[in-house]
Ligand binder design. Structure first.
Ligand code: BES
Ligand code: MN
Ligand code: ZN
Length: 498
């Protein structure tokens, strides 16, 4: 398990910050901010000289280490470009802090600090502190969870250094929240990065139990017998092909209030496609197909640790999708939990099958609003690319709230239409519906139209995270592998839910 970093705040001059590295932001086309200027005077003007020579331009993600520091308490200073001040946003700040941390955690250091840039238009000090804290933590951990010789080293302590004029309580609270959310994102990343030989439905459920026990959250795990008794036949149909039994995890956090927010996650711990077998190239990253369930578990952990005054129901549908003599076949028909019959025409469209029963259960539990997260379709990546989640909904107002939460959390999500005309796509000759859209077109939407059949009248948003859940390659701001996407959005949604 990933080691926990402590995150704290310090108020006062940057020259007084004790750290192995002190990270400071520099904006493009302007001199250093007042607190950095003060630091630079203590440093003997090194930063300003580099700015004047053009070595530091302040361009987004530009990194300039100053290794030989005298006159300040930090052993080293790292200048990170923030881009133009009026273009700075939450995602940009998270990226800048992550890039800085990522560039220095190839060696072992105990304590990293980051200075709070002053006067960021459109963002308050607390929002900035939160973003920097989140980014810093994300930049400290890589995907190499099974390397004998680690290539990345998690520091013990992170410090958000704010000017003495900053609102103390708000910044401290924001840093604490960043710590909790950063750890939740790390949990999601770790689960997605775990090899499928170690993470399968039972072991995922066991991990959920541990999270629930540690946070005082209710947790029930259903095995095949209970799944059968609860009529979850679509989920069981997918699970059939594997020797590993399926699980459904139901977590309940009761923070109070009249309403309940239901979060449902796709947890296919490995998606081979089943009899509609994927190619090696398509299958190679399919351990990531449980990222939706990982996001739900991680968000619940954070919500419980933050003691948010809301009720959250988390449902995680956990299966492996494999071919075998017992696997479901093309042409098979199953009745889902609500009795609706489904014709299976492609066993690789397994996500919507397991989600149908899970969404139905969440609706039966009287969740007032639903969000499901699923690495559901390659078609969504064709539509929106690898960085943006598709948003599909049966309720405009609820969808706007989810989009607003994503925006506030610095995550990218974009709506796709749900016109009734798309209902045609999932019509079956023999059953109530089929599990494919029947053509190459609008594949993300036909999948969502399928899911819509199982939420009843509950306002519901479907987040197709097939793109953003997994980073094929590393970049300056992000490691390769599981990204922990939409954990922060879910926490923000719970924070603003009532
Ligand atoms: N897990 C995949 C979707 C996916 C693809 C996630 C790439 C992440 C990256 C899903 O189960 C799947 O196989 N979907 C099919 C649906 C089709 C058979 C209707 C797809 O997108 O090709
Ligand atoms: Mn599939
Ligand atoms: Zn899948």
């Amino acid at each position: 398990m990933i080691t926990a970093m402590r995150i704290s705040c310090q108020f006062g001059p940057l020259a007084d910050v004790e750290a192995d590295w002190l990270i400071v932001g520099i904006c493009e086309k302007e001199g250093p901010s007042p607190s950095v200027q003060e630091l630079d005077q203590a440093l003997g003007g090194a930063l300003v000289r580099l700015i004047e020579k053009g070595d530091i331009a302040g361009k987004a993600k530009e990194l300039t280490p100053i290794l030989d520091c005298k006159g300040v308490k930090a052993a080293r200073v790292l200048a990170v470009g923030l881009g133009q001040r009026d273009k700075i946003d939450t995602a940009g700040l998270i990226g800048a802090a992550a890039a800085a941390a990522k560039s220095i955690t190839g060696k072992a250091y105990n304590r990293l600090a980051i200075g709070l840039p002053e006067q960021t238009p459109g963002m308050d000090a607390a929002g900035v502190a939160w973003a920097l804290g989140v980014g810093l933590q994300q930049g400290c951990e890589g995907p190499g969870i099974r390397k004998n010789k680690p290539e990345r080293f998690t520091p013990k302590e992170l410090v958000v250094a704010a000017p003495s004029t900053a609102p103390r309580d708000a910044v401290e609270q924001a840093a604490r929240r960043a710590g909790v959310e950063g750890r939740a994102v790390s949990l999601a990343r770790e689960l997605v990065n775990m090899p499928p030989c170690d993470l399968y439905p039972e072991s995922f459920a066991e991990r959920a139990r541990q999270v629930a026990a540690a946070t005082g959250t209710e947790c029930v795990v259903w095995d095949e017998k209970q799944l059968l008794a609860e009529r979850m036949n679509a989920l069981l149909a997918v699970a059939r092909g594997s020797d590993r039994p399926p699980r459904l995890v139901v977590m309940r956090y009761r923070g109070g209030g009249a309403k309940s927010l239901g979060l449902v996650g796709k947890g296919v711990t490995f998606d081979s496609g089943g009899l509609s077998l994927k190619t090696n190239e398509q299958m190679v990253d399919m351990k990531c197909d449980m990222a939706g369930a990982a996001a739900v578990l991680s968000a619940l952990q954070a919500v419980a640790e933050l003691k948010l005054p809301v009720n959250v129901l988390g449902v995680m549908a956990l299966v492996e999708n494999l071919p075998s003599g017992k696997a479901m076949k093309l042409g098979d028909v199953f009745a889902a939990r609500n009795g609706k019959t489904i014709e299976v025409l492609n066993t690789d469209a397994e996500g919507r099958l397991i989600l149908s029963d899970a969404l139905c259960y969440a609706a039966d539990q009287k969740a007032d609003h639903l969000v499901d997260l699923a690495t559901l379709t390659g078609a969504c990546m064709v539509a929106l690319g690898t960085e943006v989640a598709g948003v599909m909904s049966n309720d405009e107002k609820w969808s706007q709230r989810v989009l607003a939460a994503a925006h506030a959390a610095g995550e990218r999500a974009w709506p796709l239409p749900m016109y009734p005309l798309y209902n045609e796509m999932i019509k079956s000759d023999v059953a109530d519906m089929k599990n494919t859209g029947g053509s190459r077109y609008a594949g993300a939407i036909s999948a969502a139209k399928f899911l819509e059949e199982f939420v009843g009248n509950v306002p519901w948003v479907h987040l197709d995270i097939a793109g953003p859940a997994w980073a094929e390659k590393e970049s300056a701001t992000r490691d390769a592998g599981g990204t922990g996407c939409f954990v922060r959005t879910l926490v923000e949604l719970a924070r603003t839910y009532s």
